[in-house]
Design a protein around this ligand. Sequence first.
Ligand SMILES: [Zn+2]
Ligand SMILES: [Zn+2]
Length: 300
Amino acid sequence: MNEPAAGPGVSVPKEGAHLVLLGTVAGPVLHPRRMMSSQAVVVDGAVYLFDCGYGALTRFAASGLRLADVRAIFITHHHSDHNADYVNLIHLAWIQGLTRKLPVFGPPPMQRIHTAALAFHGEDFDIRIRATGRTPPAECFAVQEISAPGVVFEDENVRVSSALVDHPPFAHAFGFRVDARARAQDRSIVLSGDTAPCEAMVELAKGADLLLHEAMYEPGIDAMLASRPYVPPGLRSFLVNGHTSAEDCGRIAQRAGVKTLALTHLLPSDDGLVSDEVWAREAAKHFGGAIIVGQDLMVL
Ligand SMILES: [Zn+2]
Ligand SMILES: [Zn+2]
């Protein structure tokens, strides 16, 4: 087994099933302390990567995890704060030397985006193949588009299921549930992706050990927009209609009966507008379980 080594400031246990937060802010934005959406579920050292927004690779490197241990990649939807680092992720994974086809799952147009990523680095790929005899990248990835909910992927460590969530105007945006079978203990981890409050998320999260849900706080959004030099006319309603308040995250967690609720994809994205105490207080209005306010490189 390939075991992930501990990186600087973070230690991912070699045994068990763990969620590593690689980016915790809503974007796209430039943020001094937080990167955009990305999570690694690590099961007895095997890595399953969910989303790779701006900065995800930087956090992945700092986590001490290794691209060689990534077994599959899942993209929730094609906002850039969830897929921007994909172009470099697949290049670096290829450089690390894929020994089998790496599965990639995402909603349409996942295949077109993958092809475009290969084209972006095409000159570099060609030169390295000619110089070193590497396997062409087209033979190293198995891209599969998903457009309906259900079981997406299964191996000896995990079963990954999806739910179609409500993130207008996307026709296809997914949340994922990972039922992990670690040697020591089973664990269920649910990732909301981006969504307004929806029944599909309650169903997906039923009885889960850990629900990582995106969260917004509307008074903070207003403060953020008031400080922006430019705000397009439809931005506020676009944000508020496509996401879930921390208070509603608590409602969803309570109805689903999860043990722990962790908040991520924090919106507003600007620093200092919403304290951890406010995030937790909002979620606790309707949820009696444990609440965690996500930070980059947390291991849960
Ligand atoms: Zn997002
Ligand atoms: Zn989104």
